[in-house]
Each structure stands twice: as C-alpha cells, then as structure tokens.
Design a protein around this ligand. Sequence first.
Ligand SMILES: [Ca+2]
Ligand SMILES: [Ca+2]
Length: 281
Amino acid sequence: MALRGLVSLSLALVPFLGAAGSVEAAEGPWPETGADLKLDKRVDPKRTTTDNLVTYTYTVTNRGPETAENTVLTDHVQPFISNIDTSPSPQCVTITVAGTGLFRCPLGDLAPGATVTLKISVAYRDPGTYTNSASVASDTPDPDIRNNKDKVKVVVGGADLKLRKTVSPTSTTAGSEVTYTYTVTNKGPSTAQFVLLTDTLPEGAVQTGLVFPPGWDCIFDAPTRTLQCDVDSLAAGATATVLLTVRYDAPGTYRNAAEVFVFTADPNTADNRDQATVTVS
Ligand SMILES: [Ca+2]
Ligand SMILES: [Ca+2]
C-alpha cells in the first residue's frame, strides 16, 4: 500500500481513574505533595521501511498525590513527516512549522492515579534513524521531573541499490567483442520500486548483443550508444544481471560509468555508480 507522504494522527484518550495506585505500588512510595507526572513512550515497530506507518504510544500517569492541573504533552516526532491530521482530537493542537512535527496535547486536569494514553501514527518518507523525545508537564509542581521525559528510536530503511559494472576482456583488439556485465543488487531492507539502469558508452561502441533477466526491459539506442534497462521492482536481497556485448573498431582506451536509479529512497547513492575500462589495440 502506498503511504508516501501520508501521516495520520489518531488519538485515543483513555482516562483510567482510581486504580493506578495499585498498578504503581511496585515503583515505591508516592511523593508527599505536588503531582508526579510520569511519561512512557513506545514506538511500534522499532524498525520499518519508508512509507509504512509506525505508531507512537504515549502513556501519561499522574502518580499524585495532588491533581496535575493543565497537563500538557509535547513531542517532536520530526522533521520527517509531511502532514498531520488534527481532526480526531480537539484536545491536541498540532503545530507544524515548515514541515516539522512539533505538537502539543493539552490534557486538562489529571486526577491522582489518572492515566491517559495517546497514539500517533506517522509514515516516514526518507530512510534514517529517528530519535525523538517527548515530555509532559503541568501547572502543579512536580516532585520528580526525571520521569517526565521519554525518548524512543525508530530505524527507517530504504532500498540501498548497488551497481557493479565490469568488462571482459579488459584489453582486446579493434573489431573484437567485449562484454559489459552490470550487476544490480538491492541491499534492502525495502523492495526497490522502479529501478532504472543506464549506461552511455564511449563513442565508437557498436552493440552486438544484449541479455537481460525476465521482467526487465532493456534497449540499446545505437545513435546515442545508450543502454537503458528498467524493472518495476527488485526485492530486498535480489540481484539482477544484464550483459551487453559491443565492439570497438578503433584502438583506444574506453572508460565510462553506468548508473542505477531507484524511485524508493536510497540511503547511500555512492554505490549506485560504477565504471569500467577497456583497452583496444
Ligand atoms: Ca514526574
Ligand atoms: Ca545505494
């Protein structure tokens, strides 16, 4: 399912009053005064790929003993999301500044023992490691601010394509055939969508053969000496090999680079290009 650029915010406010004392009892004595807010933040899944939703879950607990007045949850899950739907909850005000994902959720007054759970689902467009920290605060003094923040990390992978180009033999005589081998590997972790391999050979190259895998579409344009191959998708871990046979009728050193492009975000484009050299005598 294509979720590129899609971000949804769904907030489920679940007040849970009265019973938290027994739930929290194992964590030690409660403070004498103020309102000890506690935030727990989770993300699921912790590893994902571009365009797939990850869900952040926030659990805010008032460990008491007093009511936490004007409690506010803030987070910055960003700057990697393009849009946030603020409609599901009027209690949460989303602030989007130049594509950032700052948001704040006023939770009102939280009674001692109250727990509120919120969920936010986002899709990341770009691969990377995203660490973000949320915090909770109120107008009531908090005897222990160490538990008011929580941060999580999510790793978003793309499709890291690698191209290797070789030529055999590397030296030959004028009019003899040489074969270029293009090996395209998807190092993952996502499926690569819309892969394009292109190579414009040096002047003088005359194509004599072309072999490519099932599912691929390859053409060699003689006037521009350009090879173009594409495939709709290449699974993570998959390798495809294209063989192009040419001859050079004039002596010389022929060197050029081929390149592979992919619609899915590639976290490392340095290995998307490779060159080969053939010497013709
Ligand atoms: Ca606290
Ligand atoms: Ca790459």
